[in-house]
Design a protein around this ligand. Structure first.
Ligand SMILES: Cc1cc2nc3c(=O)[nH]c(=O)nc-3n(C[C@H](O)[C@H](O)[C@H](O)COP(=O)(O)OP(=O)(O)OC[C@H]3O[C@@H](n4cnc5c(N)ncnc54)[C@H](O)[C@@H]3O)c2cc1C
Length: 550
């Protein structure tokens, strides 16, 4: 039996696992990713990327690949039947989603379905020499103090091999076997009483909506059928409809003949329709009670599954991958202590729980016949927060965030920023402001280095020597960005100063995941010592001085 040693073994090549693989590769960690599917997912599933995911992909140099797929988010029109002459706007993304101009260099969102995103991530991680194997299943694993030992089955040959890994990342989806094997319980509603069916088909259906973009959808509502047409790829379409068990309907009723009849009723005229696949699906709202068990981490849907009504599943998976990747890389290269890894659970579980709950309602809920009681969304209206909060409007609280703010009375509940803006508070994503460098506009997010970044102002000289000394002795990269008059980067509209309230000798320390780890209002008497203390706390290399939860 062949044996292999890797720093990180990832299970599952959905958006979560592939994002993890490429983020680690950019940090110099060459992982092995195993996926039991034979190939990349060909159906769209997650369809829209929101601005935080776009920022992360931009930071990886993948912004153009994503922009090439589409320029904007999905819109939806409504028709009585696909072939009817009349149509009305059903969901205009420009109207529905606010502009992100205030807080991001990216638009609020872009259509880039999983079937396009997965190949982008796969190509990138393979380019950086990470290993991704399809047709390969995690058959079993065990862990001890020394590492994880996993058995991988090649599904083509049925041969098994042994992989020794320092860490295992389980991105193995909603029904995660790894989570179950570890005995990790979940909280939330679990499976929702919504019974959805995806009917994949080939037909010359786009002739009726020639103006429809690839990402757009057509909502059909007539006495015989209710559902949504979307493009999967080319002439491969998907019709999403529902069934109601309370009326004696089951998924088994969706035979190819019945699906053809449903589609013809939705199209409104007779054309050749070939049924390719029928996939029943039930959305879940469930969050793992632990995101880490010693050397094993849950990621994506295995950690936080949410209904698709706010498009949160794929996006939140990418955000969690970004939170975990730099921490694993820092522990693996010994610049951080293993206690840093605990902050993945502390920081991401409250966010995952919040995102899952907020996803109980959203634009698409009103279009599908989800139940016969007219119950509608399950999230009480007073609990719903603007989209911004789910994407970037939260504050991490953990030992990897250094702040004098009092600890939260309930560290398991997400902390949201007070208003819909980011102001450079510790624990929040670095604020975006357009600045000018060499006469060209540049976003503060584009100034973030691969490791840590220290932003300071025109009077920030004392920080430079401190950064050089600490960066060398601690072994981490810290880029310095000085913003202000007589520096290379000009805040010509005064936006950065106004947003952050930072004085010209203050400093804002961004972690490698673009979150503010610490800020100093002014330069302290001994900046080198102070920076060393802060980094030692963030990287968990010294004694913990923070009394908050890890
Ligand atoms: C219909 C639908 C629409 C959606 N729309 C959106 C949207 O608009 N926006 C959004 O953000 N999200 C959306 N989502 C959610 C999104 O698809 C998921 O949240 C996202 O794919 C999470 O990715 P993941 O990597 O965690 O899990 P998955 O994509 O489920 O991937 C898990 C992978 O693990 C593999 N696996 C499992 N066990 C093993 C094993 N033992 N060995 C090897 N491989 C294994 C599986 O084969 C699978 O490929 C939607 C989901 C659905 C179903």
């Amino acid at each position: 039996m062949s044996e292999k040693r890797v720093p990180v073994l990832i299970v599952g090549a959905g958006v979560g696992g592939l994002a993890m693989s490429t983020l680690l590769a950019h940090d110099g960690v060459h992982s092995l990713l195993v996926e039991k599917r034979r190939e990349i997912f060909v159906y769209p599933k997650a369809r829209n990327l929101t601005f935080r995911s776009l920022e992360i992909l931009r930071g990886l140099g993948l912004g153009k690949a994503v922009t090439d797929v589409a320029q904007h988010m999905s819109n939806m029109i409504s028709k009585e039947a696909l072939s009817s002459a009349d149509e009305n706007p059903a969901l205009d993304s420009d109207m529905f989603f606010p502009s992100a101009e205030k807080f991001s260099p990216e638009p609020f969102g872009r259509y880039c379905p999983q079937s396009y995103l997965e190949p982008i991530l796969l190509t990138d991680t393979r380019r950086l020499d990470s290993d991704v194997r399809y047709n390969a299943e995690l058959a079993s694993f065990k862990q001890d103090n020394a590492g994880v030992v996993a058995t991988i089955r090649d599904l083509a040959t049925d041969k098994t091999s042994v992989v020794h890994a320092d860490y295992l990342v389980a991105a193995d989806g909603t029904h995660s076997h790894v989570r179950r094997q570890l005995g990790i319980t979940t909280s939330g509603c679990g499976p929702l009483p919504m019974f959805i069916v995806f009917v994949y088909f080939r037909a010359p259906w786009r002739q009726f909506v020639p103006h429809l973009g690839d990402g757009d959808a057509v909502y059909i509502d007539n006495p015989k059928v209710n559902g949504i047409f979307m493009v999967a790829k080319g002439d491969l379409g998907v019709f999403t409809t529902t069934y109601l068990p309370s009326k004696g309907e089951t998924a088994d009723h969706f035979t190819p003949d019945r699906c053809r009849e449903i589609l013809l009723n939705a199209i409104g005229t007779s054309i050749d329709v070939q049924i390719v696949d029928v996939a029943p699906w039930q959305p879940h709202e469930q969050v793992a009670d632990e995101f880490q068990c010693e050397r094993v981490f849950l990621l994506g849907d295995s950690a936080h599954t949410m209904p698709p009504f706010k498009g949160g599943g794929g996006n939140t998976a990418i955000h969690s991958a970004q939170n975990l990747a730099w921490k694993l890389a820092a522990v693996l290269d010994h610049t951080a202590g293993p206690r840093l890894l605990r902050t993945y659970h502390t920081e991401r579980r409250p966010v995952g729980r919040f995102a899952a709950r907020q996803s109980l309602t959203g634009p698409a809920t009103s279009f599908l016949r989800l139940d016969d009681k007219g119950q509608g969304p399950l999230l009480p209206a007073e609990e719903e927060r603007p989209f911004f909060y789910m994407i970037a409007g939260y504050k991490y609280r953990s030992n990897a965030i250094v702040t004098d703010e009092p600890a939260s009375p309930d560290p398991t509940t997400v902390q949201l920023v007070e208003t819909e803006e980011l102001r450079g508070e510790p624990g929040t994503r670095v604020p975006h402001a357009w600045l000018q460098r060499d006469g060209q506009p540049v976003s503060t997010l584009d100034l973030l280095g691969k490791g840590f970044t220290l932003f300071t102002g025109a009077a920030g000289d004392p920080w430079l020597a401190a950064v050089d000394a600490v960066s060398e002795s601690v072994g981490v990269s810290i880029a310095v960005q000085r913003i202000g008059p007589n520096t290379a980067i000009r805040d010509i509209h005064g936006k950065w100063a106004a947003i952050t309230g930072l004085s010209s000798d203050g400093a804002l320390l961004a972690r490698p995941d673009d979150f503010v780890g610490w800020r100093a209002e002014t330069v302290p008497a001994a900046p080198e010592q102070e920076l060393r203390r802060v980094l030692s706390q963030i990287l968990a290399t010294g004694q913990s001085t923070n009394l908050q939860a890890p």
